[in-house]
Design a protein around this ligand. Structure first.
Ligand code: PLP
Length: 233
């Protein structure tokens, strides 16, 4: 094993232990929580190491980087998730590699996503990203809670899209537990109308325990597995 492979193996093991331990504390079965490794900024060679270590799900947040990396890793049988901001003119292209788009935050994305999915002969799994930021935040990413139900209905009205659930990022500097409690309530309201939309994607390197204790079904972990990323340009 190379040094890098060793390092990733140890870090991945530690993250899996954290998830298992958070599940035990919450009285949940660890099989209820899926780990998605966020590979943004890291090379295809790291993705290969992850696949060797049994990782099945990886996520990217930039379209071009994801195109290149997924092409370089096309033999690995991974499931690619897209978790970044999407422009509607790129949305259909994302379906060329992504099986799941977690960052759907507006109706305008749905038609291009559905068209792309149909072109690729697949049904695209969609999570609606909901904002947990306060109403006066500058950096809201995700649909406002008031518009969540309408967006979920709109996803479900497309045959080529499958509404799987909700995704959120805890706001910076706030208590993630409180934010994930809000997400839990919002998710329950979506589930009331869409009982099959059972995925709740929440929790990252710094707050996965808080997310698991509030019912996350998917955690998206980058730096705890792969190390710190270069600062965002
Ligand atoms: C980068 C990213 C993550 C992973 O963040 P870490 O703190 O490195 O674990 C999770 N979710 C989204 C949407 C991201 O962009």
């Amino acid at each position: 094993m190379t040094r890098r492979a060793d390092e990733i193996r140890e870090r991945l093991h530690a993250v899996r232990e954290r998830i298992a331990s958070a599940c035990r504390t919450a009285g949940r079965d660890s099989g209820e929580v899926s780990l998605i490794v966020v590979t943004k900024f890291f090379p295809a060679s790291d993705v290969r190491i992850l696949a060797d270590l049994g990782v099945a799900d990886v996520a990217e947040n930039r379209h071009q980087e994801a195109v290149d990396k997924s092409a370089a890793c096309g033999d690995l049988g991974l499931r690619w998730h897209f978790v970044g901001g999407l422009q509607s003119n790129k949305a259909s292209a994302v379906t060329g590699y992504a099986s799941v788009v977690q960052s759907v935050d507006r109706v305008k994305l749905l038609r291009p996503l559905a068209r792309g999915a149909a072109d690729h002969g697949r049904v695209l799994d969609v999570l609606v990203q909901v904002s947990l930021d306060g109403p006066d935040s500058q950096h809201r990413s995700g649909v406002a809670p008031d518009d969540l139900a309408g967006l979920a209905d709109a996803v479900d009205s497309h045959d080529d899209l499958r509404l799987r659930g909700v995704m959120a990022v805890a706001p910076l500097g706030a208590d993630p537990g409180e934010a994930f409690d809000r997400l839990a309530r919002l998710h329950l309201s979506v589930l009331a109308d869409h009982p099959h939309a059972t995925w709740r994607s929440a929790g990252m390197s710094g707050d996965l325990e808080a997310a698991v204790s509030r019912g996350a079904t998917h955690v998206r972990v980058g730096s705890a597995v792969l190390g710190s990323r270069p600062p965002v340009q």
